[in-house]
Design a binder for this molecule. Structure first.
Ligand code: PEP
Length: 250
């Protein structure tokens, strides 16, 4: 039996508006689901509104960020530090989402810095890993995942709480999710890989989310797998009604 609290993360990417946030949060917060943890990762300008609305609605939905600076502060135009995020009660932040790696050339060294910056600010990092379609076809998935973990965790793994998100790149935004059974196999592998850095007990505690074309039709099936502890959801999270249905399915 799983003892890890299911985590459902909505990633709005570069979508939304203040008005959409108000409507979404009002609708989602009206549903009492204490048995799961729900997180909304909004674009940075909406964090202030999210903090205000969470307080007004006494919402169970936690605040998440989609990116964070590796630097603590200083002359880094455009950057937002982990300490700044924590002022807005951000509890979780994504690191290494494939869209950041693909479009913004985020490096492994940046991801390492982001991880320790988040820990220092008391924010839980959600480290995204996943292989491309070509790597998948060439049977390199395990090798790629191990490398992506090692380049961030080596030397600093046990310093703070961690969530992993397994997101095969070809499943993101494609409408072609990995089957729940295949995802389970990879999650099992990832939990084994974590033994390089963590005790057996810690490996059992770390939540591993699946992401890639999850919606309210397929979410339940992922959560029924032994090693899948939640989902990271992009387009399926934008409409409050669909997101609520997805959370009920979990
Ligand atoms: C994501 O944003 O991480 C994601 C998985 O997107 P989508 O659900 O749209 O595939």
């Amino acid at each position: 039996m799983k003892t890890r609290t299911p985590l459902v993360m909505a990633n709005w990417k570069q979508h939304g508006s203040e008005a959409a946030l108000t409507d979404w949060l009002t609708s989602v917060s009206a549903i009492d689901l204490p048995e799961i943890c729900r997180v909304l990762c909004v674009p940075l300008p909406y964090l202030a509104k999210l903090r205000q609305q969470r307080a007004e609605l006494q919402s169970q939905v936690q605040a998440g960020a989609q990116l964070v600076s590796a630097f603590r502060g200083g002359a880094y135009t455009g950057e937002v530090s982990a300490a700044m995020l924590s002022e807005f009660q951000v509890a979780y932040s994504l690191i290494g989402h494939s869209e950041r790696r693909q479009w913004f050339d985020e490096t492994a060294s940046a991801r390492r810095g982001q991880l320790s910056a988040l820990w220092q600010a008391g924010i839980t990092p959600v480290l995204c890993v996943g292989e491309t379609a070509l790597e998948h076809q060439q049977g390199q998935t395990c090798e790629v995942l191990m490398r992506q973990l090692a380049e961030v965790l080596d030397g600093q793994a046990t310093a703070g709480p961690l969530v992993l998100a397994y997101e095969p790149v070809f499943a993101i935004g494609s409408g072609k999710p990995l089957s729940a059974q295949s995802a389970q196999q990879m999650h099992q592998q990832l939990r084994l890989m974590l033994k390089r850095w963590y005790s057996a007990a810690d490996c059992q505690r770390i939540r591993i989310l699946y992401g890639g074309s999850v919606n309210n039709q397929n979410a339940g099936e992922y959560l029924r797998q032994d090693d899948i502890d939640g989902v990271l959801v992009g387009s399926g999270s934008l409409q409050a009604g669909a997101f609520n249905a997805l959370c009920h399915a979990v």
